[in-house]
Design a protein around this ligand. Structure first.
Ligand SMILES: [Zn+2]
Length: 334
C-alpha cells in the first residue's frame, strides 16, 4: 500500500529463514481485513509503501534449526500475531502482549516468514484442497476476534448481547456469542444481506437504524435497559457512542474494532452506570486451539463470511470491493 486507495502488486525477494526459531510458510489462503480498510482510507502517501496482510493459512516449507514442533509439510494456521507462547503474558493466555512478539504485516503474499514458529503456528490435520479452508482461515483473525469480543464481554448462558457492525468480525461475534450460550443477540447493521447471514449465525434481531434512532430501537428490544454485553466490531467513534447508548447498567462494552479515535466519552457515562470498558486484539493462541475442533467437525461454518475470491494480481480490486461494500470479505488465493 502506497497511500490511501493505492494498492499495488509487486514482485519482492522470497522471505528466508532469519532466526533459528523462524519458519517459512507458503500461503495457501489469505484475505483482506476490514482493518486493512482503515489505512486504505487514511494512509499518507509513501514512497516505500508498506506490505499488507495479517491473515493466512498455509504449508510449512522450511524451519530454522531451533524449531521443535513444526515440520516441513505441516498445514498451519497463523493467528494475526506471533508470540513465543512461553513468556509471562503468553502463560496467562494473552499472547498478543508477548514480550517477544509482534503482528504479521506481510500475509497478502505467496510466502511469509513466521517468527517464533513453535509458539505461533497451530497445526491443522487437513490437505490443501480441503473444503474447510475458508473456515480455517477465519481462525487467523475474524473468528478469534469475534470470539474475543464475546469472551471479554463476559457472554455466557442466557446473556443479552448487542453486536455493533455487520462486517465479518461482527457476524462472527454473533456466531461466537451464540456458541457461548447467549439468549438474545441484537445485530446492528445496515446491510440486509449481511444481517441475514447474521441471523443464520444466531442473531435474534437486526436493527438497521444508527445513532439515537438505533439506540432507541435496541433499548426497546431489551426491555428498556439495554444489553449486558455490547460487542463493538467497527472501530469508529459513532460505533463506540452507540455502544454507550445500548449498554445496560453494570454491563460491558467489549471493543474489537481497531479504534480510529484517541478521545471518547469515558466520564460519567461509564462511571455513573458501572460500565466496564474492555477489548483489544484477540489473536490468542488458546482461541485457535479451542475453536479449531468446532471448525474441523463442522459445528460452525465461519467461512461463510467470504463472498469473493481473488488471485494475488487482483488484490487491489479486492480492497475496492470491500471498501465499496460490494464484498463482505475477500479471500486471496495466491
Ligand atoms: Zn510471549
Amino acid at each position: 500500500m502506497y497511500g490511501a486507495g493505492d494498492v499495488r502488486v509487486e514482485q519482492l525477494p522470497d522471505p528466508v529463514i532469519e532466526q533459528p526459531t523462524d519458519a517459512l510458510v507458503r500461503v495457501v489462503r489469505s484475505c483482506v481485513c476490514g482493518s486493512d480498510l482503515h489505512p486504505y482510507h487514511s494512509m499518507p502517501t509513501s514512497e516505500q509503501g508498506t506490505q499488507m496482510g495479517h491473515e493466512f493459512i498455509g504449508v510449512v516449507e522450511e524451519v530454522g534449526p531451533q524449531v521443535a514442533t513444526i515440520r516441513r509439510g505441516d498445514f498451519v494456521i497463523a493467528p494475526f500475531a506471533y508470540f513465543d507462547n512461553t513468556c509471562v503474558f503468553c502463560r496467562e493466555g494473552l499472547t498478543t502482549s508477548c514480550e517477544h512478539g509482534g503482528f504479521f504485516r506481510t500475509a497478502q503474499a505467496e510466502a511469509v516468514r513466521v517468527p517464533l514458529a513453535d509458539g505461533t503456528l497451530v497445526k491443522a490435520p487437513v490437505d490443501e484442497d480441503s473444503a474447510l479452508l475458508p473456515s480455517l482461515l477465519t481462525l487467523s483473525d475474524v473468528l478469534i476476534t469475534g470470539h474475543h469480543a464475546a469472551v471479554r464481554g463476559q457472554v455466557g448462558k442466557g446473556s443479552s448481547v448487542t453486536v455493533i457492525g455487520d462486517g465479518a468480525v461482527g457476524l462472527l461475534a454473533v456466531l461466537s456469542a451464540k456458541r457461548l450460550g447467549a439468549e438474545q443477540i441484537v445485530l446492528m447493521g445496515r446491510h440486509t444481506a449481511r444481517t441475514d447471514l447474521g441471523r443464520e449465525f444466531g442473531a435474534t434481531e437486526a436493527v438497521s437504524a444508527r445513532g439515537e434512532e438505533g439506540i432507541t430501537a435496541v433499548r426497546e428490544l431489551t426491555g428498556g435497559h439495554g444489553s449486558s454485553a455490547v460487542l463493538e466490531c467497527v472501530g469508529h467513534l459513532p460505533a463506540y457512542e452507540q455502544a454507550l447508548g445500548v449498554v445496560r447498567a453494570g454491563g460491558v462494552i467489549s471493543r474489537v474494532g481497531v479504534p480510529q479515535y484517541q478521545e471518547a466519552p469515558a466520564g460519567l457515562d461509564l462511571f455513573g452506570r458501572n460500565i466496564t470498558l474492555t477489548g483489544g486484539p484477540g489473536a490468542q493462541r488458546s482461541y485457535v486451539e479451542e475453536l479449531l475442533p468446532d471448525v474441523l467437525e463442522g459445528r460452525i461454518e465461519p467461512g461463510r463470511v467470504f463472498d469473493r475470491t481473488v488471485g494475488l494480481d487482483d488484490v487491489p480490486a479486492g480492497y475496492q470491493a470491500m471498501d465499496s461494500r460490494e464484498a463482505l470479505k475477500v479471500l486471496v488465493l495466491p
